[in-house]
Design a protein around this ligand. Structure first.
Ligand code: NAD
Length: 354
């Protein structure tokens, strides 16, 4: 019998609310007793509260210490900054965990993929220190650059600190030990960005010495892109600064057959927010069409985190079985089922498991 838990629920934008409804129904159907504190962030909050990230959202996550979130739309170029990035920063969710595991029945160029992407979540070019071209600050930096920067450049600052790197590196090694993984590969462009990416490597190397049972190596990120496509079996846990981790984890989703099945978690000290890798897929909003698996697998990571590992592993088995059977899957997996119907099939399969 499962324990009761209180969790903040952020439905998000686009297809987020329908995905979240399905996940709620599945968790209720499989006997996970979760009391949801539902709060609104993103475009929908903008309309009601005049801000995409109302204070009550942060308060709720800080109080419950665990949250499940649907994807949130970020306008490109204009409008508000990313709520996803702001949440990670405000709540010090410094490590982003994205496991990428092949499922039987998913059409993909690859099989047997079992990689874990760990991404630093709060600094790097995502720190939000940016100056538009022709601003006073951009002009000052351009002057410091002594001819290295065109005078009409916009500037984004890339901070990478010992503090930020040390905590995410420790998270990656701890994860490797707990989950019986063999190797951590750190990846950056340290040959070019010596003072930031170079520091990232330096700190990872230091932290690695505390974990003698885990092999540690470094790969330049351009080379790693090629190698992940050609020889993914060479890798195990991958550790990145923010920007490379964001891009490479989508590559990971591609290796296992798409964003519809790629889950994620944002981890801090004693606080965690679970969400799929994919975005709000706004063109499918309200169509009951997109795949709930990525958010369900994120919920599976959440159940593990809450200490409900028995329900969590049965949920994964049920998802795996429904995908392998292929009769109740969504369009991206070649099926004709809607979001809701795939969720219902997963609950039915769960109930058949011993
Ligand atoms: P997206 O992930 O929303 O969609 C890209 C494509 O992937 C979709 O058109 C669809 O074909 C496919 N896809 C995505 N999720 C799927 C699912 N569950 N099932 C089946 N197919 C799926 O990426 P995008 O179009 O670049 O971004 C849309 C919005 O989402 C943007 O505003 C972006 O900023 C935001 N976004 C949010 C998050 C987040 O909330 N963490 C993450 C990424 C993007």
């Amino acid at each position: 019998m499962a324990n009761e838990h209180r969790v903040t629920l952020i439905p998000g934008d686009g297809t987020g609310p329908e995905l979240v409804e399905t996940v709620k129904a599945v968790l209720a159907g499989i006997g996970a007793t979760i009391h949801w504190d539902e709060v609104v962030a993103g475009e929908s909050a903008m309309a009601t509260f005049g801000t995409p990230l109302p204070e009550n959202v942060l308060e709720s996550v800080r109080k419950n210490k665990v949250a499940l979130k649907g994807p949130i739309t970020t306008p490109i170029g204009t409008g508000f900054r990313s709520v996803n990035v702001a949440l990670r920063k405000e709540l010090s969710l410094f490590a982003c965990l994205r496991p990428c595991k092949s499922f039987r029945g998913v059409k993909s160029r690859y099989s047997g993929i079992d990689l874990v992407f760990v991404r630093e979540n709060t600094e790097d070019l995502y720190a939000g220190v940016e100056f538009p071209n022709s601003s006073k600050e951009a002009q000052q930096i351009i002057a410091w650059g002594k001819g290295k920067i065109f005078p009409d450049a916009g500037i984004s600052i890339k901070p990478i600190s010992k503090t930020g790197t040390e905590r995410v590196a420790r998270y990656a090694f701890e994860y490797a030990v707990k989950n019986k993984r063999k190797k951590v590969t750190a990846s950056t462009k340290a040959n070019i960005m010596k003072v930031t990416d170079g520091l990232f490597y330096e700190v990872c190397r230091e932290v690695s010495k505390e974990y003698p049972t885990i092999q540690y190596e470094e790969r330049l990120v351009d080379n790693l892109c090629m190698q992940l496509v050609v020889k993914p079996e060479l890798y195990d846990v991958l550790l990145f600064p923010n920007l490379y981790g964001d891009i490479l984890s989508d590559l990971g989703a591609g290796l296992i057959g798409g964003l519809g099945i790629a889950p994620g978690a944002n981890m801090g000290n004693g606080i965690a927010l679970f969400e799929a890798v994919h975005g709000s897929a706004p063109k499918y909003k309200g169509l009951n069409k997109v795949n709930p698996t990525a958010l369900l697998l994120s919920a599976k990571l959440m159940l593990d985190y809450l200490g409900e590992s028995s329900i969590a592993s049965k949920l994964e088995q049920a998802i795996e079985a429904v995908i392998a059977e292929g009769t109740h899957t969504t369009y991206d997996l070649g099926g004709k089922a809607g979001t809701k119907e795939m969720g219902q099939a997963i609950v039915a399969r769960f109930k058949k498991l011993a």
